[in-house]
Design a protein. Structure first.
Length: 252
């Protein structure tokens, strides 16, 4: 059931040039209640009520009642969020999204571009818990933008790094891993549209599931602001039918 609650912020820590890690105390037992791929909409509680519209973030981790988010500061909403102090409250609407990642494949590759990696970490944890194999591929423009590297390496054994300028890991794009993959069944991806497009065009021979991060206003299917095209020439709401879609469902 979707909850609309005010919850205290436990931590809101700068972990990279432009990236923050935020932990929230929902006060509820969330064990088994959040599916990998689901997200929340968040806004601060400030006297000006600006910005009014909540912002969407992947639920990157869940432990008991604690939810972890990772976010890049890109505009007004995320700037204001970055100023929230531990102990202050924020408003969240969660869990959102009905299209989630499958958990039944044995050989999984998680490809995250930039902050899109946050959309895959809960999935990686759940797959590992079930005894399925997980290879994590994390790509960013440059070394200073690999803010989630420590978090990933604490959670997963197989982590491959790519940077566009070669300042860390292999030089190139996270999707370059495709030419090296053998024996893998499925790719789960989240990141910028150009990355998803290239997977869409290159990833033959794999099942591919992609999580989309279209700009959203309502987050629960009402405003139609987040739609993407489906293969049968209709539209799919990223917030309601997604955010995760199998490649065969969509056109990008
Ligand atoms: C399901 C979902 C999950 C997401 N998960 C994360 C996450 O875990 N971490 C994270 O950092 N971000 C995530 N995003 C993106 C995040 O919602 C936006 O970055 C945020 O809303 C920007 O708010 P803002 O007010 O700071 O920027 P705005 O002032 O609204 O915009 C600033 C700039 O960012 C661009 N922008 C705004 N929203 C998006 C977007 N959704 N995608 C691409 N560009 C955008 C605008 O066009 C503009 O150029 C997610 C989005 C969705 C829909
Ligand atoms: S954000 Fe309103 S319908 Fe998806």
């Amino acid at each position: 059931m979707i909850k609309d609650v005010e919850v205290p912020v436990l931590t809101n820590t700068k972990i990279g040039t432009n990236t923050f890690k935020m932990e929230l105390d929902t006060g509820a037992d969330l064990s088994g209640k959040i599916k990998p791929g689901q997200f929340l909409m968040i806004r601060t509680i400030n006297p000006s009520d600006d910005p009014l519209i909540r912002r969407a973030f992947a639920i990157a981790d869940v432990e008991g009642g604690k939810i972890t988010l990772f976010y890049d500061v890109v505009g007004k909403g995320t700037k204001i969020l970055s100023l929230v102090k531990p102990g202050e409250k924020v408003k969240i609407l969660f869990p959102l999204g009905n299209g989630t990642f499958p958990l039944n494949y044995k050989e999984n590759v998680l490809i995250g571009g930039g902050i899109g990696m946050a959309g895959l970490t809960l999935l990686g944890k759940e797959l590992t818990k079930r005894g399925n194999k997980v290879t994590v591929v994390y790509g960013a423009k440059t070394k200073s933008m690999l803010s989630m590297e420590r978090f990933l390496k604490d959670l997963f054994k197989d982590v491959y790094i790519f940077t566009e300028d070669g300042s860390a890991g292999k030089k190139g794009y996270a999707t370059d891993i495709l030419s090296e993959l053998t024996g893998k069944e499925v790719i789960h991806a989240c990141g910028p549209i150009p990355m998803l497009k290239s997977l869409y065009n290159m990833g033959h021979g794999f099942k591919i599931f992609m999580s989309f991060e279209s700009p959203m206003a309502c987050g629960w299917g009402v405003c139609l602001g987040c739609v993407i095209k489906s293969k049968d020439n209709s539209f799919l709401r990223v917030c309601k039918e997604g955010p995760v879609f199998e490649k065969e469902q969509v056109i990008i």
